[in-house]
Write a new protein. Structure first.
Length: 366
């Protein structure tokens, strides 16, 4: 049989399915992308057992067929189709040929019968959220997730769903917390930890009306969290372990003087003073007479930039510049408010912004 598909749709379907496939699959069969074709559409699916990602796109085919092809071969092949002309699939018993003009690739078929049939389980919609709001929430509130996989529980982000949707993350040195409104269709409250890299990938694909769902075991235990937006559907198994109780740290943090600064000016200042800074060395924020001096000193040399503030109260505070820059770049307000307080975490927020952050100070040497 034959079917054709727009190359842009094909590339995106393969790319998205590939996001759920492990770099080193536990078995060769889990390195495959499953293609379900028929009724004028094609659905591409990929999984590493924990994550499952599917995308449905239009295809010129009425005859149903299910194909399993190696994801890495398929991904590299479709990337070479450069024109807008449809890609033609020719399906044979043991192989599939993809062709566009003079470019052809032949990929062996894998046995569909060996691919798991029920990776997600029973899905239950729990409500919907604006995709742009959800993407913004994810980017801001997941920024503090740890990249240290020896502390697996901190590489996850914590999601609390009830009257609103809350996301929080921490790597022990900083904490982030944000919320967004949603339309709930279930009265239940859900508290779940999910893979941080997975939810960051979600932020790249959600738009418009976005459905949230959970999956449960036969005993009624919630074991997966998922998102559907347009033709994109992805879910992930809940992370094991107890997530640190960080929400109360935002209400209990010691209030200090609030210093309002222009966000872009502060980012530029931090970028400048880190030029000659040694790795893991702090940047110093020192305020006096409504001017914040951002400076660093090392054997390579010294750097400093002055930024205006609305506060004359003196303060001297050391921070990890990489951590602070990552937080600032997720914020959208023109002005941000820093609230340092001696050895306590510095609070970072902005007027009208529903995400806030805490960052631990760096101990300064005399």
């Amino acid at each position: 049989m034959k079917f054709s598909i727009d190359p842009a749709d094909l590339k995106e379907a393969v790319r998205f399915a590939q996001t759920a496939i492990a770099h080193h699959p536990l078995s060769p069969i889990m390195g495959g992308i499953l293609l379900n074709v028929g009724n004028g559409r094609m659905t591409a699916s990929g999984s590493d057992y924990s994550k499952v990602s599917t995308l449905t796109v239009p295809a010129n085919s009425d005859e149903p067929i299910e194909l399993l092809l190696r994801g890495d071969y398929l991904n590299k092949s479709v990337a070479k189709f450069k024109t807008k002309k449809d890609v033609m699939f020719t399906v044979e018993e043991k192989r599939v040929t993809l062709a566009q003009g003079g470019i052809k690739f032949t990929i062996p078929r894998m046995p569909v019968s060996e691919y798991p049939t029920d990776l997600v389980g029973a899905a239950r919609p729990i409500g919907s959220i604006n995709g742009e709001d959800f993407a913004k929430l994810i980017k801001q509130a997941s920024v503090s997730a740890s990249k240290d996989f020896t502390l697996a529980v901190l590489t996850a982000v914590h999601v609390v769903i009830g009257d609103n949707v809350q996301i929080m993350s921490t790597d022990r040195y900083r904490l982030s917390l944000g919320s967004a409104d949603w339309d709930r269709s279930a009265e239940d409250t859900f508290e779940m930890s999910v893979d941080g890299e997975w939810i960051k990938e979600v932020a790249k694909t959600v738009a418009g009306d976005t459905e949230l769902f959970v999956c449960t075991t036969e005993k009624g235990v919630t074991n997966r969290f998922g998102v559907t937006s347009g033709g994109y559907t992805t879910s992930v198994q809940l992370a094991a372990g107890d997530y640190p109780k960080i929400r109360q740290l935002f209400t209990n943090h010691a209030p200090g003087e609030a210093y309002t600064l222009n966000r872009d000016e502060l980012i530029s200042a931090l970028d400048a003073v880190t030029v000659m800074l040694e790795q893991n060395s702090p940047v110093i924020l020192e305020n006096a007479d409504c001017e914040m001096r951002i400076w660093s000193s090392s054997e390579n040399g010294d750097s400093s930039v002055n930024v205006e503030t609305d506060q004359g109260e003196p303060i001297k505070f050391g921070v990890n510049p990489t951590f602070l820059l990552e937080i600032l770049r997720t914020m959208h307000s023109d002005e941000i408010v820093l609230s340092p307080h001696e050895t306590k975490p510095m609070h970072i927020g902005a007027q009208g912004d529903r995400a806030e952050h805490l960052i631990m100070p760096v101990r300064l040497q005399n």
